[in-house]
Ligand binder design. Structure first.
Ligand code: PNS
Length: 167
């Protein structure tokens, strides 16, 4: 029997309920879904890759066909190593389309055997992004209901650690 393994790549700094919604949808249509965190040494992330791995593992515990991994270099190389047939990406609004189209076509050129599958998150999350979450949280706004509880806990832990360092 043919099984379909898909990769859901991203930065996930941090995981939002929009990402989680997409993981839930992906886990229903793929036999196995690997959430793959880009380990980008150039960027200054809010959370380390290992913290992000832990948070995503905690938030996706209920899905037994979802695993969490990290990668660097080309996504298509990681997908091949993982024997994946598909890449999963979320599209929230028309504004996402151009960037996503460029990536999908570049990835297709690099690995024609890999198919990019787009899914739409639930509309209540259609404006959400990790960047917005980081910004609102930094300025003291509530992100309750927009990220999983494990992310809220880590955001608070991070904020009190930062306050400790300042004082
Ligand atoms: O959630 P993001 O930050 O929009 O995810 C972007 C990501 C990680 C999917 C993309 O930057 C990526 O795949 N980077 C790996 C490098 C690569 O393969 N580049 C060529 C594809 S255009």
């Amino acid at each position: 029997m043919n099984t379909v393994r898909a990769i859901y790549p991203g930065t996930f700094d941090p995981l939002t309920n929009g990402h989680l919604d997409l993981i839930a949808r992906g886990s229903k249509i793929f036999d196995h879904l690997v959430v793959a965190i880009l380990n980008n040494a150039e960027k200054q992330p809010l959370f380390s890759v290992s913290e992000r791995v832990e948070m995503i593992q905690e938030a996706t515990r209920e899905f037994d066909n979802v695993s969490v991994s990290q990668f660097d270099g080309l996504l298509v190389d990681f997908a091949r190593l993982q024997h994946a047939q598909a890449l999963l990406r979320g599209i929230r609004a028309i504004s996402d389309y151009e960037y996503e189209l460029q990536m999908a076509l570049m990835n297709r050129r690099l690995a024609p055997e890999l198919e990019t599958v787009f899914m739409m998150p639930a509309e209540q999350y259609s404006y959400l992004s990790s960047r917005l979450i980081r910004g609102v949280f930094r300025l003291g706004g509530s992100v309750e209901g927009l990220v999983p509880p494990t992310v809220i806990e880590r955001l608070h832990a991070r904020a009190s650690r930062d306050r400790g360092q300042e004082g």
